[in-house]
Design a protein. Sequence first.
Length: 109
Amino acid sequence: MNTQRLEQLIAFLKEDPLDPFNLYAIGIEYVSSEPLKALEYFDQVLKQHPKYVPVYFHAAALYRLLGETTKASNLYQYGIREASAQNNRHALRELQAAYQEFLDDMDEI
């Protein structure tokens, strides 16, 4: 985690608490060092800004890593639907590929 970048992102969040990117970016900073804290930020984005597509990929991946497969599956599916609705082809491809990998891994269990 880059503490200097985290401090800057927290300052940005204080300046503009309605910008979903600030919450999302703080979550990204916490993923490797404090995954549960990262989920707190991702969950805020999901609740307050459900149309913010980038969060679905990272939140689902983190829930998957933590063994919460139902939550991960649901987030991949919601993200795919939202990316499709927004015609966000790049995000749609990434989410579909990640979800297919997730499904393939679940078949192996």
